[in-house]
Design a protein around this ligand. Sequence first.
Ligand SMILES: Nc1ncnc2c1ncn2[C@@H]1O[C@H](COP(=O)(O)OP(=O)(O)OP(=O)(O)O)[C@@H](O)[C@H]1O
Length: 289
Amino acid sequence: MSDFILEARHVSYSYGSGEEPSLKDLSLSIRRGSRTAVMGSNGSGKSTFFLCCNGILRPDEGQIYYDGQPVTYRKKELLDLRKKVGIVFQNPDMQLFSASVYQEISFGPLNLGLSETEAKREVEEVIQKLGIAPFRHRPAHALSGGQKKQVALADILVMHPELLILDEPFAALDPSHVRIIRDMIQSLGEDRSMTVVTATHDTGFALSWADEVILFREGQVLAQGTPARILTDRELLSKTSLEVPAVIQVFENLQAAGILSKGLPSPKSFEQLNMYIKRTAHKENTHGT
Ligand SMILES: Nc1ncnc2c1ncn2[C@@H]1O[C@H](COP(=O)(O)OP(=O)(O)OP(=O)(O)O)[C@@H](O)[C@H]1O
């Protein structure tokens, strides 16, 4: 088993002859069991890359490797690859077709040849896990955007993918649904049995969630590294549409004002920053008395 679940080497892809390539000599690797945030401006090639990951698109040049083996695009192997690589699309309407939420989620397991009883058990488990029981009998087209996202995620999770790709899961959601989907993603693959890749513009989320950040720009990888390195690099971020996470900005202001020590590592979240502030205040109170 390879350490890298997926690698792209020198991948280029154009949607049509004579069109500007959407991916240009793109190379990257995704470690098995990791959480990776793929970030970059609109149109930088994130979705195109994802479609290459499960063989929906075939690179014009270069090669995708899954578990160390080159993807061959033979029918049987492609079907196998699509069982292992699940993509939750940015627009859930691209994914949901069935008469009811329950039927929608059971379609995949039944199609794989599971019995009605086995499929029911799998579907019930995912329905409970994602808290979507209240709308299980409703038609997918009658759900809100946030509910559709939850069902689209259930649709893929029920297939137990090894590599789960979430394409902008927070797009067009209100804050309460952002929280629901965010909590779901936080809990996914906690035991690291599933590799999760998320395209997002939310640098605060990427900082707290990801092990690795990959920055895309104009169909290429601009940088790949830890969130603490990539998301604090203003010069790098200025080449994309991204901003330094709010928690880092507040942290740096507190350091500049002499309130927090310069030696502290960058916090991953506001909870961690609050802890720094409380500890510093406690030390000062102790020394002051
Ligand atoms: N079906 C398509 N036909 C033609 N061109 C396309 C198609 N899909 C995407 N493109 C083009 O490919 C380039 C990369 O688009 P892509 O959707 O991969 O970027 P993205 O980083 O996912 O963007 P976003 O953040 O807006 O989702 C863009 O120039 C886009 O216009």
